[in-house]
Design a binder for this molecule. Structure first.
Ligand code: B12
Ligand code: SF4
Ligand code: SF4
Length: 381
């Protein structure tokens, strides 16, 4: 290994990154073709940052003039979820149980740049990111020798599996590239079979129709969730890990050493539905969640998700909050999902719960029936 490569790898490990690899800052024309056809198929849904003209996705040279190399870095975020605490809780994807990784990793990448600057002579120009620019991070990570594309479309690394963040530093440094990591899924199709919404579109290469993915629906999608997909969301209040949980490469992985990504730094693996549904204002929501990834869908999105999970799990604890929201909430997206959820509670169960009066049940059900039948006759595009 060259001295420069060794130095950079040492700095990365010293700062806590779990793996580092290097590739040339070449344009990725093949990956770009995949990306453009993915987007053309409509698979990007409404993610505007991926829909812009002249995407920089495959062109490091558009970000750093005279770019020579891309240093890709992995950050293991995995922690073992505790057992399901029952129907009053919704599940949070493992990447979101602690602090907001964008903020944590931005600081860490800055330290990485400063350390490199301090230790090398000559001009050093660089820009670093993690999930903050539309760059094909997975393709660069794969080319940097950090793993292979699994059928779940994620990068799989030996020994880290797939529960990691990818960061990269594009720079003018000439560094010896790393060797590609070998590995394949072989005949396995567990993730494709396990996806509850059938989001994988894999006629030739693994591609994901984001519009069907629970992660997209619960985080990126800012509006109503198509009615036919709501039951399939099951207990996921934020994101989804099913296609990682099932993967054999994730069976023997280590927990993260990053304190920031442990459950005690954020809200953990399970969110209490009643607590989420009782947040009354955007300000209250922001002050509670702003330091975590859960802030991204805002109050409208997270309460919408909580209503769906409450309906799917028939959470008794959440029921009074659903009724309160059905009668008082002014946000139409939240209200519509709350009414949908209330329809899931069957009459027998509703009557067992004293605060669910017949009058409320009837008025809510009448309105909900109209809304749901309208929604059902509007085709999902
Ligand atoms: C948009 C996006 C999403 C969308 C769409 C995801 C998708 N698979 O396309 C949604 C919202 C659904 C999503 C969900 C998740 N995401 Co996301 N997401 C992104 C983002 C911003 C862009 C990805 C993108 O460009 N997609 C478009 C497609 C076309 O790109 P692609 O998958 O790279 O496409 C390539 C493959 O098709 C590839 N290919 C696939 N197989 C093969 C095989 C061969 C042989 C070849 C040649 C090529 C090939 O060719 C294409 C071009 O490179 C990246 C960050 C970034 N800037 O890259 C994070 C990122 C991919 N997400 C990440 C994470 C953690 C997640 C979730 C796990 C979060 C969660 N638990 O809810 C889920 C996982 C769902 C899944 N199975 O992918 C991590 C993934 C880390 C990893 N191990 O790979 C990333 C890299 C963020 C980060 N910096 O850490 N995400
Ligand atoms: S994250 Fe969940 S919904 Fe999305 S592709 Fe994986 S299993 Fe399917
Ligand atoms: S579950 Fe199987 S097919 Fe899916 S990514 Fe893992 S090894 Fe590949």
């Amino acid at each position: 290994m060259s001295d420069l490569k060794q130095l950079i790898t040492n700095i990365a490990f010293d700062l806590g990154f779990d793996a580092a690899g290097i590739t040339l800052a070449d344009n990725l024309s093949k990956s770009n073709e995949h990306f453009l056809s993915w987007r053309k198929s409509g698979f990007a849904g409404d993610m505007n940052y991926l829909l812009r003209n002249n995407p920089i996705n495959a062109k490091p040279g558009k970000i750093v003039q005279n770019a020579k190399s891309v240093i890709s870095l992995l950050v293991n975020y995995y922690t073992e979820p505790p057992e399901e605490p029952g129907p009053n809780f919704g599940r949070v994807a493992a990447y979101a149980v602690g602090l907001d990784y964008h903020k944590v990793l931005k600081k860490k990448i800055k330290q990485f740049q400063e350390r490199i600057q301090k230790e090398i002579s000559g001009e050093f120009v660089s820009r670093g990111f993690s999930d903050s620019v539309p760059l094909l991070e997975k393709s660069f990570a794969r080319n940097s020798g950090l793993g292979f594309f699994g059928k779940n479309t994620l990068i799989i690394n030996k020994p880290f599996g797939s529960y990691f963040f990818i960061c990269e530093l594009i720079s003018n440094l000439n560094i010896e590239p790393s060797e590609e990591q070998t590995g394949t899924c072989g005949k396995c199709t567990r993730c494709v079979d396990a996806c509850p919404t059938g989001a994988f579109n894999t006629p030739t290469i693994p591609l994901l129709d984001a519009r069907l993915c629970i992660s997209y629906l619960t985080i990126e999608n800012k509006i109503n969730i198509p009615v036919n997909l709501r039951s399939k969301i099951g207990g996921w209040i934020f994101g989804c890990d099913l296609c990682q949980m099932i993967c054999p490469y994730n069976k023997k992985i280590k927990e993260t050493t990053w304190e920031e990504f442990k459950p005690k730094s954020g809200f953990g693996h399970w969110l209490n539905l009643k607590e989420v549904l009782s947040i009354r204002s955007d300000e209250e929501f922001h002050s509670k969640f702003c330091h975590t990834p859960l802030n991204r869908p805002r109050r409208q999105g997270l309460l919408r998700n909580a209503a769906i999970v409450a309906g799917n799990k028939l959470s008794e604890e959440a029921l009074p909050e659903l009724i309160w929201l059905a009668e008082n909430e002014s946000n139409s997206v939240i209200r519509e999902h709350v009414l949908w959820a209330l329809l899931k509670y069957d009459d027998r169960k509703a009557k067992q719960i004293s605060y669910y009066s017949d009058v409320t049940a009837r008025s809510v059900n009448d309105e909900a029936t109209v809304i749901i039948s309208n929604a059902l006759t509007t085709p999902y595009e």
